[in-house]
Design a protein around this ligand. Structure first.
Ligand SMILES: Nc1ncnc2c1ncn2[C@@H]1O[C@H](COP(=O)(O)OP(=O)(O)O)[C@@H](O)[C@H]1O
Ligand SMILES: [Mg+2]
Length: 468
């Protein structure tokens, strides 16, 4: 509501005021009233709005007027009568009677609503029943006038007795009042409806704007966080490589023989240094993935070989924990076009979790098998439109602690851990799965999870063959 006129109007409406009949009443409805009034009483009727505008009218040509217009001085006379009636605006609430030189009269009736004049209606011309004679002034009007004809035509006009005229105007008044009242009510209701819709819309727009700015702010913070992580990780890595490098040299006795205790200490420094390097690499990977600057180096990959390679990496770890590690390659696998290092990183993260979250005596199973990849049918959304490609499904399942289904949606968020407490049993940062998810996406694949608390978890990574 920016323009002043609309505001002013809605203020009026809010106060329940009407300035003009035509603001609320349908013109067709007024015309209908005039028509039935004319049919009932054979009287001409016109309805004007508060501004003087003619809103509805039903009338018959007046033969007397037609005759007068043929006379030399009659034309002006008729025009004057019509003008005078048009100009007559009642000031109070009373009916004003306009008498004319012809003896015929008009009744001008104010239309008021809630104490305010909103228009008027005019009934006539009609002849009061008491009139017997052609008025002298009319006879004297013109020398060529035909007295008998004048009388005939005057008597042909509708004749109405005084009390009948009153009843008729009262009747028409109450019909118009009723129409005004119901129209006004409907009008108010619709205005109120529009106003409330407008108000809700405004509130909604306000909330949306607030949300948008909060969202922008969060995005900005997120960006800051990513930049911070990237810088810090990068700066940490350089000194860390020195620490790892020197501890390796010490272990290799380059600075002289070490005794057993020194060897043990240096071993711990080396091991923890590597662990820290792993964490820093994860952070760097994540920030690269988040900023979309991670470059993949795709090449033909033998999925079966990859998973057997993983077995060699994880077997000692699993064995130490008393976990049975089973690796299976089922049937012929299609050749994948993928980044082998990243693909290995994906599977290693999942294998590491599986072993971590499975207690002694459990089993971790890694399976690779051929499957079909269904491309979505783009905007048409229909599976019918989609095509299928060959793909490899990697399934890493364990018989470990599992997760409640409510958690499954969130575990792919960065830093999210089902047990986020400081007293948790298992180490980690909560970065692994978020990197997995992003790397799988970057390969155009999909990762899903299926888990039951106390029974185990299965992650499935599906990587499609390159699009032909
Ligand atoms: N195989 C699994 N069994 C049970 N819970 C798992 C498993 N894999 C992941 N989770 C849950 O998902 C969380 C996020 O995993 P991840 O991103 O790899 O972080 P991290 O291993 O550093 O805790 C884990 O902390 C754990 O709560
Ligand atoms: Mg992990």
């Amino acid at each position: 509501m920016n323009d002043g006129a609309a505001t002013a109007k809605s203020v009026d409406i809010a106060l329940g005021d009407i300035a003009d009949l035509q603001d609320v009443v349908d013109r067709d409805a007024l015309r209908e009233i005039c028509r039935s009034f004319f049919d009932l009483f054979n009287l001409s009727v016109r309805i004007y709005g508060g501004s003087g505008k003619l809103l509805a009218s039903v009338s018959e040509p007046v033969e007397l007027y037609q005759y007068l217009q043929e006379l030399e001085s009659g034309g002006k006379l008729v025009g004057d009568i019509v003008d005078a009636v048009k100009r007559l605006v009642p000031t109070g609430n009373e009916v004003e009677r306009h008498e004319t030189i012809t003896g015929a009269v008009y009744d001008v009736v104010p239309i008021t609503y809630q104490g305010r004049g909103v228009g008027r209606f005019v009934i006539g011309p009609f002849v009061p029943a008491e009139l017997e004679q052609v008025p002298k002034a009319l006879v004297r009007l013109d020398r060529s006038v035909d007295r008998m004809k004048l009388r005939d035509l005057l008597m042909k006009m509708p004749r109405v007795r005084e009390e009948t005229a009153e009843r008729i105007t009262d009747h028409l008044r109450s019909v118009i009042d009723l129409l005004l009242f119901s129209s006004h009510r409907a009008h108010l209701t619709s205005e109120m409806h529009v106003a409330s819709v407008r108000e809700s819309y405004r509130e909604l727009a306000e909330k949306t704007a607030k949300l948008q700015s909060a969202y922008d702010r969060l995005k900005e913070l997120d960006q800051l966080k990513s930049n911070f992580l990237a810088t810090v990780s990068h700066e940490l890595r350089t000194p860390l490589t020195s620490i790892i490098g020197y501890s390796e040299m010490l272990e290799a006795n380059i600075a002289g023989e070490l005794n057993d205790e020194q060897r043990e200490f240096i071993g711990t420094i080396h091991q923890k240094g590597n662990q820290l390097l792993g964490l820093i690499s994860s952070l760097l990977d994540l920030s690269k993935l988040e900023q979309g600057v991670m470059r993949l180096a795709p090449q033909p990959v033998d999925a079966g070989g990859l998973i057997e390679d993983l077995e060699r990496t994880f077997a000692p770890h699993a064995h130490k924990k008393g976990i049975d590690l089973v690796v299976e390659v089922r049937g012929e696998l299609p050749a994948l076009n993928a980044d082998p290092l990243r693909l290995k990183q994906i599977l290693a993260n999942l294998a590491e979790n599986a072993i971590k979250f499975t207690p002694e005596g459990g089993t971790v199973r890694m399976v690779a098998e051929a499957t079909e990849w269904e491309d979505e049918g783009g905007d048409f959304g229909a599976v019918l439109m989609g095509s299928t490609r060959e793909a490899v499904a990697f399934r890493i399942s364990d018989t470990g602690i599992g997760m409640p289904s409510a958690e499954l949606e969130r575990i792919f968020d960065a830093f999210y851990q089902v047990d986020g407490s400081s007293t948790r049993e298992h180490g980690g940062t909560g970065l692994g799965l978020s990197i997995v998810k992003r790397l799988v996406d970057a390969h155009g694949g999909a990762v899903t999870v299926d888990s039951k608390p106390g029974q185990g978890t299965t992650f499935t990574v599906t990587i499609p063959e390159a699009e032909s």
